[in-house]
Design a protein around this ligand. Structure first.
Ligand SMILES: NC(=O)c1ccc[n+]([C@@H]2O[C@H](COP(=O)([O-])OP(=O)(O)OC[C@H]3O[C@@H](n4cnc5c(N)ncnc54)[C@H](OP(=O)(O)O)[C@@H]3O)[C@@H](O)[C@H]2O)c1
Length: 499
């Protein structure tokens, strides 16, 4: 058996997946699709890829996989490669499973689970709720208990060779300085004097839910939803994390460390994942990341200001590079009993990209490809103002919106509520913007730098001699950020997200 530090080339990587059965969660999402497509393309002789998707029954699961995974533009190259045999190829390899990781049995019938446990070689857990302001109970169910349930299932898999868990580099929250690829210890919290007890958090949520359901308010559902969202933020901040998403992802990692018995585990922590850079479809992406709001606002010219310090580094990494790193890491650590390796799939250390690179690329892109109005007229590209601190943004918001709102409030009182609707509407919008800044702001001013020494060591084992070897490139030093943003990512966001 080869070890992690043995040399790695395309033949070894591709050969690894031959005849393997792989269970993947999160395939309807952005990253999951890129992984499924890549495995099918590089190793058509993979045995089976089981895709666990949320659906009420098998036909619905099949339909979701067909429409949301296989039917997307991302699978165009694979479709072309197989021609008329594409559908048959997919049917022979892909097995949709209607399930849900929030359940102990993954939402599957016992016989099905037993069969799978005999067959699965590799588990890849990509599923997560990625909403920063998600309900605490939902986040705990998916990002924490979901990991536990998959891990329990992994322990029952007789021939399991690898458990790959996708986390996020931001489990370190908004720390400054060099952030290492270290596991999070049980009880570890980011706030001095606090001890993070996951069981206590689960109990707390159960109690709050019980109290809420005992309430005789008519609007229990809405109230419960808001209360659960607020509880998530409050607990995250109590322990030093900036939002519910990164906090629960950190807890998922802790639990994985605690539960693991003898399974080889790799935790892949990407930073902000951006569009596919190389293959199969440059620019392809799904969903809107924080930096893409800026691109969309720029494109629509409905955003005159943005929250960012142009000198700061935004840690981004193209989706195909994350998938390549995952694939190589799975092969490298396969059957390494008891291993638990953490990798940062990040760029800030090796090839930092500042917000100014993105801004200038955007400027270049929109100047070279000016937007055209309804009547064919060219819309000039205007510059954008950047708030370099949250305090400056707050000051601007108070002067421009809060003060006029207060005046409107007074006038409304004097006129016996004549402007109530207008006031309530504007006040709600104001609060919403302030809330967004509260939740997402810390990421705009992130000052950490992700160390990726472990991943660099893995990179050093890569041969990179042939075109096939380079299909598994995950070296951020090979990215020309200006070219990538201008020629690939920005057009990709406009084509696949703004469509
Ligand atoms: N995107 C990024 O910038 C980024 C950065 C760092 C780390 N990550 C990590 O990378 C992974 C993938 O991110 P993404 O951007 O691809 O996310 P995404 O597009 O939001 O996809 C999330 C996936 O998880 C599935 N899922 C959610 N709850 C589930 C449940 N209870 N049972 C089964 N499946 C469930 C979703 O299924 P439905 O279609 O049914 O909702 C979807 O397929 C996540 O673990 C995330 O934490 C992402």
């Amino acid at each position: 058996m080869k070890t992690a530090m043995d040399s790695m080339d395309a033949a070894r990587i591709i050969g690894y997946f031959k005849g393997k059965s792989i269970l993947i969660t999160g395939s309807t999402g952005f990253l999951g699709k890129i992984l499924v497509e890549k495995i099918l393309r590089v190793q058509p002789d993979v045995n089976k890829i089981y895709l666990l998707v949320r659906a009420i029954d098998a036909p619905s699961a099949k339909q979701r996989v067909q429409q949301e995974v296989i039917g997307t533009e991302l699978f165009g190259l694979l479709r072309e490669n197989h021609g008329e045999g594409f559908q048959q190829f997919i049917e022979e390899r892909i097995v949709p499973l209607a399930g849900d990781i929030i359940y102990e049995n993954l939402g599957l019938e016992a016989p099905r689970l037993e069969e799978l446990a005999k067959e699965i070689d590799v588990i890849v857990n990509i599923a997560a709720t990625t909403n920063f302001y998600e309900r605490y109970d939902v986040s705990l169910d998916v990002n924490v208990l979901g990991v536990k349930h998959l891990c329990h299932f992994a322990m029952q898999c007789a021939k399991l060779k690898m458990f790959m868990h996708v986390s996020t580099a931001f489990v370190s929250s908004d720390r400054e300085g060099l952030i290492q690829e270290k596991p999070i210890k049980p009880g570890e919290s980011l706030c001095e004097g606090t001890f993070l007890d996951i069981d206590a958090e689960l109990r707390l949520v159960r109690e709050v839910k019980k109290e809420l359901s005992a309430s005789d308010s008519l609007d229990v559902h809405k109230m419960g939803r808001k209360a659960m969202k607020e509880l998530g933020l409050q607990r995250a901040r109590h322990f030093g994390w900036s939002n519910t998403y990164v906090f629960t992802k950190a807890m998922g990692e802790i639990l994985l460390g605690q539960l693991r018995v003898d399974i080889p585990v790799v935790i892949m922590r990407p930073s902000i994942i951006t569009s596919v850079r190389a293959d199969p479809l440059p620019g392809w992406m799904q969903g809107t990341r924080t930096i893409d709001t800026f691109i969309i606002g720029y494109a629509k010219q409905n955003l005159s200001c943005f929250l960012a310090d142009l000198n700061l580094v935004m840690d981004v990494i193209p989706g195909d590079m994350v998938v390549n790193a995952m694939i190589v890491a799975m092969v490298a650590h396969s059957e390494e009993r008891g291993a638990q390796v953490v990798y940062h799939a990040t760029s800030s250390l090796r090839n930092p990209a500042t917000y100014s690179v993105l801004y200038e690329s955007g400027w270049r892109h929109f100047t070279e490809n000016p937007r055209v109005g309804k009547n064919g007229e060219v819309i000039p590209t205007r510059g954008m103002y950047f708030f370099t601190t949250i305090a400056r943004f707050h000051f601007y918001m108070i002067l421009t919106y809060k003060l006029p709102l207060e005046i409107l409030h007074l006038v409304n009182l004097l006129l016996c509520g004549l402007f109530s609707r207008l006031y309530n509407d504007l006040n709600r919008k104001y609060k919403f913007v302030m809330h967004l800044v509260d939740v997402y702001g810390p990421f705009a001013f992130f000052k950490g730098c992700f160390d990726d020494m472990n991943l660099e060591r893995l990179r050093m084992t890569m041969a990179m001699k042939t075109t096939e070897d380079r299909m598994f490139n995950f070296d951020p030093k090979t990215i020309d950020w200006d070219d990538y943003f201008c020629r690939i990512h920005i057009p990709g966001v406009l084509k696949y997200v703004c469509k």
